[in-house]
Write a protein that binds this ligand. Structure first.
Ligand code: FAD
Length: 321
């Protein structure tokens, strides 16, 4: 018996959320195997070494080059059967949850999404997020094969330990036309200049209080000085001030910076679920009663159009830039 972890990757780098899922798998006291869809590379081998994986199964099928959730699920189901996996685990990313939902449907088994803690036992006791992470539920998963996804940033990815590199084996699934009916046909790449929101250590967030697309220049200046990324609330994307790829929250990105500077953002729960993994939150808001104050570590009560330029000026003074 083993635990099979679906590892997502981009340009040879294992996805951070997949490394978190591997960390959870490593705590479950069963041999861990990984499945990677796509081409194996030395970068990927480096990224997956020292992470407690016995075998990496590489599914390098050109039909899976574009994201095809049902086909990926078919590959995972077939591999799990071949390896007698007791548990199949993936990151609680949009893709991980989608593929695992298909795995559940194919196996006719329940799937626990966005798990924050595995408590053990059989039936398996676990804690999972509900309502976009605003509630934690203790649940029991009673199934011959346990299907789980791990909530983003529920655990920190363990640092790689020195040790043997995993064995690498290829796996060729049987895929039908039906499996391949849904696949990504076209990708629109976001603007990759600047610091990536997903990995930024400091994020400057702007909400309705910023007031206009042009006024974001103040936030962008501060972000530039701090080496930070700019993120936004949904009001900002629905106003068309900034693209959806910059949105933080339930229907946007989950961020985990050391510092989140939330400017003119009220702190609706749908926004906060995307930022609650931030180590520190600084709120800049004219309203001392705004809900964001209940999660903020620091607050400046004032007009962001005065406060943000003042912080930038101080950073310039201190750094001499
Ligand atoms: P507001 O709530 O209008 O707050 C503006 C804040 O700016 C206020 O607190 C005000 O005091 C302050 N302010 C105004 N002027 C200034 C000034 N000059 N200086 C300083 N402060 C000022 N929202 C998200 O962000 N992300 C999501 O992913 C998301 N998903 C959603 C999913 C669903 C299903 C639903 C129903 C909603 C979702 N929302 C999401 C929307 C969410 O409920 C809120 O409506 C939204 O987050 C509010 O954005 P905001 O804080 O920018 O605006």
């Amino acid at each position: 018996m083993s635990i099979l972890v679906l590892v997502e990757h981009a340009e040879g780098r294992p996805d951070r959320l997949s490394l978190e899922a591997l960390t959870v798998a490593g705590s479950l006291r069963e041999p861990v195997e990984a499945v990677v869809i796509g081409r194996w590379s030395t970068e990927l081998a480096g990224g997956l070494s020292g992470r407690g994986i016995g075998v990496v199964h590489v599914v390098d099928d050109p039909r899976l080059a574009a994201f095809a959730p049902a086909a990926r699920a078919a590959a995972v189901v077939q591999l799990a059967a071949a390896r007698s996996a007791s548990t199949i685990l993936a990151a609680g990313s949009d893709r991980g949850n989608e593929v695992m939902a298909h795995v559940g449907a194919k196996l006719d088994l329940p799937m626990a999404a966005n798990v924050t803690e595995v408590l053990g036992g059989d039936p398996l006791r676990l804690v999972r997020q509900r309502w976009a992470g605003s509630l934690l539920e203790e649940a029991t998963l009673d199934a011959p094969t346990k299907l789980l996804t791990i909530a983003p940033h529920a655990v920190a990815a363990a640092d790689p330990a020195p040790g043997a590199a995993p064995a690498v084996e290829t796996f060729s699934p049987d895929l039908t036309e039906n499996d391949l009916r849904v696949a990504v046909a076209r990708r629109l790449e976001p603007d990759r200049s600047g610091v990536s929101l997903a990995d930024a250590r400091v994020v400057v967030g702007g909400g309705r209080g910023v007031g206009s697309s042009e006024a974001f220049a103040e936030l962008e200046e501060l972000a530039g000085l701090l080496g930070a990324a700019v993120g936004v609330s949904r009001v900002v994307t629905s106003q068309g001030w900034r693209p959806h790829s910059m949105q933080i929250g339930q229907t946007g990105m989950r961020i985990a910076p050391d510092l989140y500077i939330a400017c003119g953002i009220s702190g609706a729960i749908q926004h906060i679920v995307g930022a609650r993994a931030a180590k520190r939150i600084l709120a800049i808001n004219t309203d001392a009663e705004a809900p964001i104050m209940s999660v903020a570590d620091y607050a400046v009560i004032g007009d962001l159009h005065q406060v943000v330029p003042a912080i930038s000026a101080e950073v310039r003074r201190v750094t001499g830039r």
